[in-house]
Every structure is written in structure tokens, then in C-alpha cells.
Design a protein around this ligand. Structure first.
Ligand code: 5GP
Length: 253
């Protein structure tokens, strides 16, 4: 089999050149990292689940007119995506206080915010992805004012979409991170939701029990990460329960 050209390798994914110009193949690894890669583990099956879950969310977003980089899933670990120029920002939307928001402002975890809070972090692992303001983004030319307006609107639309989907299966969308890319088509440029949307990049709590069903399970050693992600995937109908009682074939006499 012809070897593919690797374009980029990140902590959880690899990008290869795609079959046609303007496309890439995104491969989901089983690697889990936290605390800026200070904690690392291979979690068997995580890449497969995130590939399926990210496909589910991206297809849903495309279907309601929110553009994403997703074109199609190729196999258990890979999807075909549009090649885009990633804006070097992590766009974080928060509905409930958790994580670094609590650390920064001394808030109690789980407090509902009076409205969704959108934050921007500069994507640079060596700096620990620092929080930046729109002033920084404009001053350093990471995105234009017009793009920032569009990014804010996209982030809030994604939040409404995801919050509703999760609410329907008894899960609270506490917060999430998305990345935005620029896709160039002849003389035009448009913004798309890029990277992935999965329990790696969201905080998801069971609405009744408060059980964590996201990467905090790994960050805080709360249990088995693939069990948590499988639970999310099963509730959304993305995978079927593996222990569903399918009757064994019986010899009929
Ligand atoms: P926090 O700022 O509280 O650590 O994270 C807020 C939300 O963004 C959480 O859902 C978290 O999973 C997500 N997030 C923040 N930084 C990253 C990152 O570098 N990678 C991923 N996958 N998610 C992130």
C-alpha cells in the first residue's frame, strides 16, 4: 500500500494528505493527554469513539447550515476533511462554571452562568494556551474584527445545537472548545468548524447524577474513560450497546 504523506501530528490526531487537492485525512489516535501533555496514556478505543462522535456532531452541524470541515467518515479511525487554515485560537463556550474558569475566578464548580460565556485562548502548547482578549487577537492579527463577529456567532450557534442534543439524552453540556478554520475556494474564503467535537473537548455531566462523562474522567482519575465515552455514544445512538441480548442461533428440530 502506498505510504501517505503525514502533514501534521498532534496529541490526539494525525493529518495525512487527502486523495484530492483541498482534502486531508484526519486519523484519531488512542492517546489521551492532559495538563499540557504532562499526563499521558493510551486508552484503547478512544480514537474510534471520538471519530464516530465527531462525525455525528459535524454532520448535524452541516445539516443545520453551520459549516464544518467534515466531508465523510472513511473508516473506524479516519475521516475525510476539507483542508483549512486553522485560526490559532481555542474558542471556549461555557454554560456552567468549571475548570479554569473556577480556578481563575474562585467560582464554585457547577454554578449556572447567567448567559453563555465565550472565551478565547491562544493556541500555543509551549505557553499553555493562554487566555487572550479580542484586543490581543486584533493587535496580533490572528483574526480580523469581521472574523471575530462570525466566530462569536458560530460558537453560540454550536452551543445551542450541542446543548439541545445533549439535553435530549440527559447530559448537561457544561462547556466545550472548538477550533475554527479558513477554507479557501477560488477567490472566496469562509470559516468552518474544524478539528473535532468529542468528549475530549467538552465537559459533559449526567443531568441527574452529575456523573462526569468526558475527559475529566482521565484528568482526575475518576474511572474508565472509554466506558464514559461509550455511554455518551450509546445515549446518542452513535453505537449500540455491546451487551444487547442478541439471541444465539438455535437449531430448530
Ligand atoms: P478549561 O479552560 O476549563 O480547562 O476547558 C474548558 C473546555 O475546553 C473544556 O471542555 C475542555 O475540555 C476544553 N479544552 C480546553 N483546552 C483544550 C485543549 O487544549 N484540548 C481539548 N481537547 N479541549 C480543551
Amino acid at each position: 500500500m502506498a505510504r501517505r504523506t503525514k502533514v501534521y501530528e498532534g496529541k490526539a490526531k494525525i493529518l495525512y494528505e487527502g486523495p484530492e487537492p483541498g482534502t486531508l485525512v484526519q486519523y484519531f489516535k488512542d492517546d489521551a493527554t492532559a495538563f499540557n501533555a504532562k499526563k499521558k496514556e493510551i486508552i484503547e478505543g478512544k480514537g474510534v469513539l471520538n471519530n464516530r462522535l465527531s462525525e455525528f456532531f459535524m454532520v448535524g452541524l452541516n445539516n443545520i447550515g453551520i459549516p464544518t470541515h467534515f466531508l465523510k467518515r472513511l473508516n473506524m479511525r479516519e475521516q475525510l476533511i476539507s483542508s483549512c487554515e486553522i485560526i490559532p485560537l481555542e474558542v471556549i463556550v461555557r454554560n456552567f462554571a468549571a475548570g479554569t474558569l473556577c480556578e481563575r475566578l474562585g467560582l464554585e464548580e457547577g454554578r449556572q452562568l447567567s448567559r453563555p460565556l465565550v472565551e478565547y485562548c491562544y493556541k500555543d502548547d509551549s505557553l499553555g494556551d493562554p487566555l487572550v482578549s479580542e484586543e490581543h487577537i486584533a493587535a496580533f492579527g490572528w483574526a480580523s474584527h469581521q472574523e471575530m463577529d462570525e466566530i462569536l456567532s458560530l460558537a453560540l450557534r454550536v452551543n445551542d445545537f450541542l446543548s439541545g442534543i445533549f439535553y435530549g439524552v440527559g447530559i448537561r453540556l457544561v462547556d466545550f472548545k472548538i477550533e475554527i478554520g479558513r477554507v479557501f475556494e477560488s477567490d472566496f474564503q469562509r470559516l468552518v468548524i474544524a478539528d473535532e467535537i468529542s468528549p475530549d473537548s467538552c465537559r459533559l455531566w449526567d443531568i441527574d447524577s452529575g456523573e462526569k462523562l468526558d475527559k475529566d474522567v482521565f484528568r482526575r482519575d475518576l474511572g474508565n474513560l472509554t466506558d464514559a465515552y461509550s455511554e455518551v455514544a450509546m445515549r446518542l445512538g452513535v453505537i449500540q450497546p455491546s451487551n444487547s441480548k442478541v439471541a444465539e442461533p438455535r437449531l430448530v428440530k
